[in-house]
Design a protein around this ligand. Structure first.
Ligand SMILES: Cc1cc2nc3c(=O)[nH]c(=O)nc-3n(C[C@H](O)[C@H](O)[C@H](O)COP(=O)(O)OP(=O)(O)OC[C@H]3O[C@@H](n4cnc5c(N)ncnc54)[C@H](O)[C@@H]3O)c2cc1C
Length: 286
């Protein structure tokens, strides 16, 4: 596998990046870590004469806390998130989830923005961010920035709601509700996850005051499972038994609409969702 030739551009601003994609049109593509795009080029599944490297654009870098939100630059790598002191302190579940994405080589260069923009259905961060009601910010050159909930950003396999020439600039994660715990679980046989489930539980005076369930990797895109959340909300923590989890797992699998693919059959993935919803929610409540 060899890379076909292309011209590499290294803009220092978003305006410059957009200008390049306007100049070269369909013959140009953005790239960041290149773990997805360069592989597609090597395999001959895509072809571009011009690659626009986003890594030199300062505003896509760094992790910061801003008005209660955790703001992550789109070009921040999985490895940076796994090791960030700010992330470990404010949202340790994010650091833990990131530490289990892919392998060290991919985590060192692959970015959060690249993961979301590529929109491979087998994504850990997409499921995790969905349970947190995260938003993404995106912009085209000097235009005003737009914010989109992650639930609307990931549209389907390899499809996002990003507009023509727009760059994903950051991911914004709201503060966790006080007393809430979040747990992310993945099940994988191959490089990418077969099933991902993230649950958030907030227990107040022994009762589940809030339950959130997100399921991904099994269907076309990650989804929240409101019917499963409803089953688990308002229940006393002591009454969370296998009958209730069987019901919640069933509702979550229905919402996710599992499909047959190289990582497993729809029936098998349905069973994985049932098991992972119980396991993750129990852990979040504990
Ligand atoms: C072996 C392997 C194992 C993996 N395992 C997992 C796993 O377990 N869990 C998981 O979730 N993922 C997994 N992945 C996916 C991995 O997380 C992504 O490959 C990586 O995060 C993509 O980031 P990147 O910067 O390399 O993207 P790139 O390849 O640079 O870009 C990907 C796409 O996004 C576009 N793009 C990138 N950044 C932006 C931006 N800021 N704005 C607009 N468009 C942009 C590019 O145009 C391109 O179309 C795996 C990948 C590999 C190769």
């Amino acid at each position: 596998m060899t890379l076909p030739p292309f011209d590499l551009h290294r803009p220092r601003s978003l305006e410059e990046a957009t200008e390049l994609t306007e100049r070269y049109g369909e013959d140009a593509a953005f790239y960041c870590g290149g773990t997805e795009l360069l592989l597609l080029l090597k395999l001959g599944f895509a072809s571009f004469g011009h690659l626009v490297d986003l890594k030199q654009i300062e505003e896509l870098e760094g992790v910061r806390a801003e008005e209660g939100e955790l703001v992550i630059g789109a070009a921040v790598t999985h490895r940076e998130l796994e090791r960030s002191d700010l992330v470990r302190t404010r949202l340790p579940a994010l650091a833990k989830m990131e530490g289990r994405v892919a392998n060290l080589r991919v985590r060192e260069v692959g970015t959060l923005g690249g993961n979301l923009c590529f929109s491979d259905p087998h994504s850990d961060p997409a499921t995790f961010l969905l349970v947190l009601d995260a938003e993404v910010e995106h912009r085209r050159g000097g235009e005003a920035a737009r914010r989109t909930p992650i639930s609307d950003f990931v549209v389907g396999p390899y499809q996002t709601s990003l507009g023509e020439g727009e760059v994903l600039t950051s991911v914004r994660i709201p503060e966790l509700p006080r007393g809430a715990a979040i747990v992310h679980a993945k099940f994988a046989f191959h490089e990418r996850p077969t099933a991902t489930v993230a649950c958030l539980a907030r227990v107040v005076e022994g009762e589940v005051a809030e339950a959130r369930v997100a399921v991904g990797s099994v269907g076309a895109r990650p989804v929240r499972a409101p019917a499963a959340e409803q089953v688990l909300t308002g229940v006393s923590a002591g009454e969370l038994d296998s009958t209730l989890f069987a019901e919640a797992g069933e509702r979550a699998a229905e919402a996710a609409v599992p499909v047959d693919d190289a990582t497993g059959s729809a029936e098998y993935k349905t069973q994985l969702v049932r098991v992972l919803v119980e396991r993750t929610f129990r852990e979040a409540v504990a």
